[in-house]
Design a protein around this ligand. Sequence first.
Ligand code: V47
Ligand code: SF4
Length: 383
Amino acid sequence: MQPNTLPTGYNPSLPSGTSQEKSLRLIADKVLKGRRISVEEAVLLYQSAPLSWLGWLASVVRQRMHGNTTWYNRNFHIEPTNRCIYNCRFCSYNEHHNPDVWDYSLEQIKDLAATAPDDITEIHIVGGVALDRNTRYYANLITAVRSVKPTVCIKAYSAIEISYMAQIDQLPLEEVLKTLHQAGLDAIPGGGAEIFDAEIRQKICPEKDDANRWLEVHHTAHRMGIPTNATILYGHIENYQHRAEHLLRIRELQDETSGFLAFIPLKYKHANNPMGEAGEVSAAEDLRNYAVTRIFLDNVPHLKSYWPMIGRDIAQLSQWFGVDDLDGTIHDSTRIYSAAGAEDQQPDMTTESLERLIREAGFKPIERDSLYQPVSGSITTAP
Ligand code: V47
Ligand code: SF4
């Protein structure tokens, strides 16, 4: 199939008349002129924009930023331990909610890294926050991985783990990040952001650092030239206002630093954790969330669909709702989502399957490295 091109001037019309429809039209006018929308306007989009219309508007933004390209990467995860001093109520894989407890030695981590295919470009390391681990340990872990995979990008440790290192070692964040960076840390993943709203955060992850601390870690990393990602955990007890305010704080920090590479909406999965009775939101809600995020977050370059969490089908469709990045080959190396009941219990995708997923939806797959540079030798053959 040929990559899509949005027909020029295509604008699925809204049934006209009510004041709400007029407001939606005004929002679209703003977006089409490249202007920002407010939190109130994002909430209105969440609440009342027809889904196909929202997909169209998000696609205009996506097209402007990335044309028909959808990026993907070859990556591998290492989850060093599921021991954790915290007990987030949505977490299915930590030792409090999972009888299968693991805590790899540095030697085991090295062996695990050595099992990753040679052609991967990124290793993503994130785990529980273990009581007895400090900055030196985490730096040694990076050195161990680096010794067997000298050229990969190491994207490691959530802001929550980094904050804990600073706390246990009584060090400023700059010092911790400097040590990790010198050991070979290249980038920081987006985990731990959950929902910034203090009241909701208190209910779903009461012991975790607050929003200000999460933002401080990322701000510090950006100042030091270390790129990071950002996430939101959605689809539990938060409302649209909470989601839009979360996005605003990311947009504000990005205005200051330009250090975020990608934003990854993480859908709450409900199996095997104490929040399970909250259920899960629908696929339509997932798509709506991608679209509003793309429209609102005009300064974060990439919107990533993390298929092990959302599933292959919705990841594929999400490209029509603002997503330009599908992560990744994975190689059955993460348990966070399988423990929480994700469809793919052993997430693993070949580059051929990823490319097919992208192409079948009408987009052009390009393999990327962690900084979103095209990887030469990518198997892409289609235009
Ligand atoms: O912070 C935990 C989430 C995050 C559940 O930066 C859950 O490229 C849904 O941040 N249902 C860690 N979500 C994973 C993460 C991530 C994933 C992929 C790519 C990147 C990136 C970052 O996983 C946690 C939490 O928000 N999480 N349990 C659950 N039951
Ligand atoms: Fe620990 Fe992370 Fe799970 Fe929270 S989400 S309990 S910090 S492993």
